[in-house]
Design a protein around this ligand. Structure first.
Ligand code: PA5
Length: 462
């Protein structure tokens, strides 16, 4: 199992001004945490609670259909192109980047064992879309369009562009190159898919985008490029079992949620930095940023009180960002909790040859890059503690599907528990809607005429 080390948030290490008396706090919150975990598990099967993500790893049917489809189409395509944004793309990006061989898309077909390359279009930059379409042979590309609502402007405009080219190039056969992942009944994409006869997968009810990585949203792209989704599901299940423990002393999601909550509310540290020491985990930070920001940034609590709360998540990468952000983290405002993610055993053991004897670099010769990256993680953690900055460390034995799944599920449950501590609705995102509606108005969507008028006048002043 992956582990959590929270020693460096304790007041015995970083002083009582910035640190917590962890023993005392765990005791004080013992009953609250027990209640929160029991309540989440009690509510998880009820419709309308948006907690179905807690069941995703147990959906044998999805697993079976995903594997069956992937096996059928995998060797027919050179590329998989995922169209999606936010929760419909970030989990896919995080896991494929972590689990595929680095620089996967640059490997030859043989090096990829005949498996497809994978690309994510998760933005609407006209230059990058055009650039990608110039290099991809769409005839040899399986397009997985993912949108729960079925009408997200960014995703659907990409889809319309790609579908149009596919149809021009393949005629009626173009359908075989499209697989849609969307709501089972509602939404425009569902309508189109049924009319046109696309293969479809379902984003289950009561699963928000940012909690959807263990549904077909993630599992399908993973399986298409040969990632072992059984291993992923096993990681989910084992972590789920561990996190059902209602005792805070045994539940690392509850511990980390409480630490972040108390650091924010008692110590004024409302920035949460996610800093994996592994390039392969780089996009886990992007995924975490969305999860934490959209879930916890709310202006009302559950009782309707104005609260305007939420720790701001920040992404960082070790060791790279030691050379860009650590100066600020050590000496700037002491307003952050930094989560290090460390990997015990990398796939490769990379030795640094002893080719120079200069005093400044000679010591590196004969050591490994593995030693260096973990030494840097340790050194940075200790230096931060010297400056009385709180850090927690999540430790992964290895990077594989089992542990990466554990990591993502741990962070999901941590987010849900933090939301309960803040007493907010973790699963809505009303703050995203306003700008979405304004965009619809600006782009002339039917039904948004009134907003368009208001907006036109605002655009001249705001
Ligand atoms: O987490 C979320 O709910 C959002 O980030 C959505 O995933 C994102 O807005 C995309 O929505 P959709 O899947 O409906 O296209």
């Amino acid at each position: 199992m992956i582990e959590l080390n929270y020693r460096n948030v304790d007041e015995t290490i970083i002083g009582s001004k910035n640190g917590l008396n962890i023993r005392e706090e765990f005791d004080k919150y013992k009953d609250t945490i027990t209640h929160i975990i029991a309540d989440l598990n009690k509510r998880k099967d009820k419709p309308g609670q948006w907690l179905q993500w807690m069941n995703l790893g147990y959906n044998e049917e999805t697993l079976w259909y995903v594997k069956e489809y992937a096996a059928m189409v995998q060797d027919r395509f050179e590329n998989v192109l995922v169209l999606g944004i936010g929760g419909s793309a970030l989990g896919g990006l995080a896991v494929t980047e972590a689990l595929l061989k680095p620089y996967w898309n640059l490997l030859t077909t043989e090096q990829r064992n005949g498996l497809p390359r994978i690309f994510f279009l998760d933005n609407i930059d006209p230059d990058t879309i055009s650039g990608l379409l110039e290099i991809l042979d769409l005839k040899k590309t399986l397009v997985n369009v993912i949108t729960k609502s079925g009408s997200t402007a960014e995703t659907m405009s990409q889809f319309m562009i790609v579908k149009n080219i596919l149809e021009q190039e393949l005629g009626d056969d173009y359908r075989k190159n499209i697989v849609a992942t969307t709501d089972k009944k509602t939404g425009v994409l569902r309508q189109i898919a049924e009319q046109e006869g696309y293969k479809t997968f379902v984003v289950p009810d009561d699963v928000g985008g940012r909690f959807s990585v263990f549904s077909a949203v993630g599992l399908l792209p993973f399986a298409l490029v040969g990632i072992d989704i059984d291993e992923i599901v096993n990681g989910f299940k084992d972590m789920d079992l561990a996190l059902k423990n209602t005792d805070i002393n045994e539940n690392i999601a509850a511990q980390n949620a409480l630490i972040h909550y108390l650091m924010d509310t008692k110590k004024g540290k409302n920035l949460s930095v996610m800093m994996p020491y592994s390039s392969r985990l780089k996009y886990v930070s992007d995924w975490y940023v969305q999860l934490w920001a959209e879930s916890l940034g709310k202006n009302k609590d559950k009782n309707g009180n104005d609260v305007e709360i939420g720790p701001t998540p920040i992404k960082a990468l070790g060791a790279t960002d030691q050379h860009s952000q650590i100066q600020l983290y050590n000496e700037g405002p002491n307003n952050k909790v930094i989560t290090f993610v460390r990997v015990k055993e990398f796939d490769n053991n990379l030795e640094i040859p002893a080719i120079f004897e200069y005093t400044g670099i000679g010591y590196l010769g004969g050591k490994t890059v593995n030693q260096l990256i973990n030494a840097e993680a340790d050194a940075t953690r200790v230096a931060l503690a010297d400056y009385q900055r709180p850090t927690v460390t999540i430790i992964l034995p290895k990077i594989n599907g089992y542990y990466v799944a554990q990591l993502l599920y741990l962070l999901e449950v941590q987010t849900a528990i933090a939301g309960e501590l803040y007493n907010i609705d973790t699963f809505n995102q009303p703050g995203v809607e306003q700008a979405k509606n304004y965009t619809y108005a600006l782009m002339g969507r039917v039904g948004y005429e009134e907003s368009a008028q208001v907006l036109q006048s605002k655009l001249t002043t705001v």
